[in-house]
Design a protein around this ligand. Structure first.
Ligand code: GDP
Ligand code: MG
Length: 312
């Protein structure tokens, strides 16, 4: 990473003053906790607004946005520094192609991340989608299989297109909570996290509106329909997750080339089976044999063995 060109984060000056002040406050808070580099990995399906979200956070057009799927296969890392603090955001290509998780894209992302530390995962999807399906689950599973379940302790679900008008009969808050619930369930199932463990993990769901037509408040900050200035809110949620006591994900060779990080215990399975056979099954078999040997034989059995006559 030393050779990487780290530019001054000048895009921050594009934000209205109120946003700048809040962002600098949050960066100061992170620095106070000895966090001077923040690496954010952005993942999700294609066309959900990953690249647009990267640009919104940085405050400049750093990565290409496309209404049609024409993304390359390579991830892009944008690095900016400000007052001794470095922000890295890694934009990735969509993980789905032709209705399946694109393993090649995933492999390229993993290699790109080698020797990097992921502080935060932004799992991006759209607010204005009405259903989740098995494919969403497969995407979550692919991320989990690559980086381990621990990545979900460092994750936020980001929903773009947040300035939507929900379909009739639903108010905005209800729509948001239904969509969040459905996506969080998919994350839990795809990551194979037990319900009770998942509740403790509490993955935040944050709303984003990347459109230039986003409403603004009196300070000129982009706001959501509920009045929240979403850029400071997103960065604040990220800083809260950083401070939640969980570990960042170090992407080393072992993680990339080793067995699925969630399956390491599976190596023990043959030993456990052998142990069960010799120490449990065999003992039970022996006990049953002994029992049978000690048992009084019924008359019919003695007769069948030709012993009955001798006894009478
Ligand atoms: P990616 O494939 O996930 O990187 O998605 P892009 O960032 O390239 O966005 C795909 C399309 O959705 C582009 O036409 C964007 O302008 C549009 N888009 C992304 N985010 C939003 C959003 O929050 N609101 C609206 N209205 N459009 C968005
Ligand atoms: Mg993109």
């Amino acid at each position: 990473m030393a050779s990487q060109l780290i530019r001054e984060w000048s895009g921050i000056q594009q934000f209205p003053l109120a946003t700048q002040t809040k962002l600098l406050e949050l960066l100061a808070k992170l620095k106070h906790e000895n966090v001077t580099t923040l690496t954010i990995l952005v993942m999700g399906k294609g066309g959900v607004g990953k690249s647009s979200t990267v640009n919104s956070i940085i405050g400049e057009r750093a990565v290409a946005v496309s209404a049609f799927q024409s993304e390359g296969l390579r991830p892009v890392m944008v690095s900016r520094s400000r007052a001794g603090f470095t922000l890295n955001i890694i934009d990735t290509p969509g993980l789905v192609e032709g209705g399946y998780v694109n393993d090649q894209a995933l492999e390229i992302i993993k290699r790109f991340l080698l020797n990097k530390t992921i502080d935060i995962l932004l799992y991006v999807d759209r607010l204005d989608a009405y259903r989740v399906d098995n494919l969403d689950r497969q995407v979550v599973k692919a991320i989990t299989d690559s980086f381990g379940k621990g990545i979900w302790h460092r994750a936020l679900v980001v929903l773009t297109h947040a300035q939507l008008s929900p379909p009739d009969c639903l108010n905005y808050e209800d729509f948001f909570s239904k969509r969040s619930e459905a996506l969080l369930k998919v994350v839990r199932l795809g990551a194979r996290i037990r319900r009770q463990d998942f509740q403790g993990a509490a993955i935040p769901v944050v709303l984003v509106e990347n459109s230039g037509r986003c409403n603004k408040n009196e300070n000129d900050e982009k706001i959501l329909p509920n009045g929240t200035a979403w850029i400071p809110n997103l960065i604040e949620t990220i800083t809260n997750v950083i401070s939640n006591g969980s570990k960042a994900i170090v992407v080393d060779k072992k993680l990339i080339e080793g067995p699925n990080p969630n399956n390491r215990g599976k190596i023990l399975i043959p030993f456990i089976l052998a142990f069960q056979y010799f120490f449990v099954v065999k003992r039970i078999q022996r006990a049953i044999k002994d029992d049978i040997a000690k048992e009084d034989k019924p008359l019919w059995e003695l007769r069948d063995r030709g012993l009955a006559n001798r006894e009478f």
